[in-house]
Design a protein around this ligand. Structure first.
Ligand code: PMP
Length: 448
């Protein structure tokens, strides 16, 4: 942070709403840092400060800030041919083939331009093919800035979670607590023939990291089958991050009808996608009758970046590298917490991590899951991780900001300002970054 960021924020405030183009970027107060450039696993601000970056663009940057030569080369040669055409290109087909080959439930895709657009289109598809209107979502889940899911409360009294969403829209959304089989069963008993889909992140990534309890997704799967609803996995965060190229669904072991993707599948460029069986996804226009379109969809630059990123991840064993570094990081952070703040918990899976903390220490937060155990009964720490949004909401947001955001930022470590979002290890990080981060974490935690 420094005078150049402060000056730019001043200018930004007069021409951009809130000074930013995505609300999460306005923190920390009194001004956010403005970025000069990325450099491997680091980010450099306009005042020349360097930070080890675990925000990683909120997830898309699996490889870090420096694109490997083959990715950069593919992107540059696309740009050299012209930015986009409004007509199909080979690279869209190649990326779709790659995704269909690696993700078990996906035969056919439609690419769009953001995770939000993917979930909007998936919900429209589910409504279109079932002829029903209601959508079940998880409390604490996030599916982008879209009308059907910016809803809070419970299935009895859903309310818009922001101004601008009509109450009549919110009434079509049924929020249920994640991991609570009884509630979702009751909601299906009451509304079974009105539910178009259940939309769920296979592992909650926007509300701490919350793993599914054993059997939860199987229950959702059978409720959907029994009642003729679609199961939609929102893999915008987890896709090509958790479970490697098979995505989180390969770990969870349940096949959704539809999957939404975003972030990594575009290699750092704007992207979203909806995938599923050919029969379902062909319900989009022009082959079907659920309208879907987009000027920039399947953008050749994005498609090349996504394709070469995923090919690189496959060829270079990127997932072993990032997952084992994140294991080390979670273990190191857990050791620090055991010494200084045992009421806090480090959660995560594969290359995703997060500290969850609370003053009260509900029983479900005792101990720490460092293994990404997905709450399986054979995990030595089974039963000690957060299980739903309620556990996470008990976390102390203020403490996150003061200690982990400001404290870690002062130490040169960039974490999400928002205490609920996940942090990511990338391929450009190395053992030294992890050691330095754990040492910084210890200094910050011990200074409380
Ligand atoms: N779904 C999930 C699970 C997400 O985490 C996000 C964004 N973080 C979205 C959808 C929306 O994606 P986008 O911001 O690209 O619109």
């Amino acid at each position: 942070m420094g005078k150049d960021s402060r000056r730019l924020y001043g200018r930004a405030l007069s021409v951009l709403a809130g000074g930013v183009n995505s609300s999460v970027r306005a923190e920390p107060s009194p001004y956010p840092f403005f970025v000069e450039k990325g450099d491997g696993g680091e980010i450099v601000d306009v005042d020349g400060n360097r930070y080890t970056d675990y925000v990683m663009g909120y997830g898309p940057l699996l490889l870090g800030h420096d694109l490997p030569e083959r990715v950069a080369g593919a992107v540059q040669s696309e740009v050299a041919r012209g930015p986009m055409y409004g007509a199909p290109t080979e690279v869209e087909v190649e990326l779709a083939e790659f995704v269909a080959e690696h993700v078990g439930s996906v035969e056919t895709l439609r690419f769009v331009n953001s995770g939000t657009e993917a979930t909007v289109s998936a919900v429209r598809l589910a409504r279109g093919v079932t002829g029903r209107d209601k959508v079940v979502v998880m409390q604490g889940g996030y599916h982008g800035a879209q009308e059907s899911t910016l809803v809070e409360g419970d299935a009895e009294s859903p309310e818009p979670s922001t101004k601008g969403v009509p109450s009549s829209f919110a009434r079509e959304t049924l929020p249920v607590p994640f991991n609570d089989e009884g509630t979702v069963e009751r909601v299906f008993e009451e509304h079974g023939d009105e539910i178009a889909c259940v939309l769920v992140e296979p592992v909650l990534g926007n509300n701490g990291v919350v793993h599914p309890v054993e059997g939860y997704h199987e229950t959702l799967r059978s409720l959907c089958d029994e009642h003729g609803a679609l199961l939609v996995f929102d893999e915008v965060i987890t896709g090509f991050r958790v479970g490697g190229l098979g995505c989180a669904q390969s770990v969870v072991g349940v096949e959704p009808d539809l999957t939404t993707f975003g972030k990594i599948v575009g290699g750092g460029f704007p992207v979203g996608a909806i995938g599923g069986s050919a029969e379902l996804v062909e319900s989009f226009t022009p082959s079907g009758d659920v309208f879907q379109a987009g000027t920039f969809s399947g953008h050749p630059v994005t498609m090349s970046a996504g394709l070469e990123t995923l090919r690189y991840a496959k060829d270079e064993d990127v997932y072993s590298h990032v997952n084992s570094l994140a294991d080390e990081l979670r273990a190191g952070m857990t050791d620090v917490l055991e010494d200084y703040a045992p009421e806090y918990t480090v959660v995560g899976v594969d290359s995703v991590f997060k500290t969850v903390f609370t003053r009260e220490t509900p029983e479900s937060l005792e101990g720490a899951c460092v293994s990404g155990c997905e709450q399986r009964a054979d995990c030595p720490r089974y039963g000690t991780c957060p299980k739903d949004a309620g556990d996470i909401d008990d976390a102390e947001t203020e403490r996150w900001k003061r200690l982990y955001w400001n404290g870690m930022l002062d130490e040169g470590v960039f974490l999400t300002p928002n205490g609920f979002e996940s942090q990511f290890v990338c391929y450009a990080h190395d053992d030294e970054d992890i050691d330095e981060t754990v040492a910084a974490y210890e200094r910050v935690v011990s200074s409380v």
